[in-house]
Design a protein around this ligand. Structure first.
Ligand code: SAM
Length: 215
């Protein structure tokens, strides 16, 4: 996924005004990470300041776009964080099953090419009982709004680097076998077609729970 240096720079620039609203959510998502942590689609590293490094023993960032990844690496250096950057898509995570205690994703599952495959990979690389912490925008629950999202997605994804505003990500997380421990819907001002937002914590079932041990 080659991306473009201008898009990566623009992404950082455009996220600056949103930081006041988004940062508390980033804090909630990344701030609860612990142990061996994988962030998929780490982008330019906007979640990095929020990781509790006293509880994180390993921090890996997966990012297929080298221009975004370069910015994440630079941000990690500025923050003095030992980020291991891996250039790979969420659909093919190059780690063994059960390698992580926490997986984090913010605004990624709207963009991945194959969300089901990517979620199956997140499930696989988490240890049984491990947490998947996420912040995403999803398909509207109002049918009329959802139909508009369907109509406008072909154009939207072209101008917004592959973003699909019409994906039912919470349902897909459950369908991948996760148990949803926390899920909250909220609206973000100025999000346009990309709403509502969700944040949540899903868990790969432990060995004694229904669905535990499967891959
Ligand atoms: C909207 S940006 C979000 C970046 C970052 N997570 C954040 O919250 O600022 C989407 C990110 O997902 C990455 N991405 C796109 N397709 C992906 C895939 N198949 N697997 C993993 N990451 C992907 C993009 O390169 C980009 O960095």
């Amino acid at each position: 996924m080659p991306g473009h240096p201008v898009f990566a720079a623009l992404y950082d620039l455009c996220q600056r005004p949103a930081a006041r609203i988004l940062d508390p959510w980033r804090h909630r998502v990344a701030g609860g990470a612990e142990g061996r942590v994988l962030e998929v689609g780490v982008g330019t590293g906007l979640n990095l300041p929020f990781y509790p490094m006293d509880r994180v023993v390993r921090l890996v960032g997966l990012e297929p776009d080298p221009h975004m990844g370069r910015r994440a690496a630079a941000r990690a250096r500025r923050l003095g964080l030992p980020l291991e950057l891996v250039a790979a898509p969420a659909e093919e995570i190059p780690f063994a099953s059960g390698s992580f205690d926490t997986v984090v994703a913010t605004h990624v599952f709207c963009t991945v090419v194959d969300p089901r495959r990517a979620l199956a990979e997140v499930f696989r690389v988490l240890r049984p009982g491990g947490m998947f912490r996420f912040l995403e925008h999803v398909r509207a629950s109002d049918e009329r709004a959802a139909r508009w999202q369907d109509r406008l997605t072909p154009v939207w994804r072209r101008v917004a680097a592959g973003c699909h505003p019409n994906r039912p990500t919470a349902e897909e997380i459950e369908a991948a076998g996760f148990l949803l421990d926390e899920l909250e819907h909220f609206d973000m001002p100025g999000a346009g077609l990309a709403k509502p937002h969700i944040w949540g914590v899903a868990r790969r079932p432990g060995p004694t729970e229904p669905g535990g041990g499967q891959e």
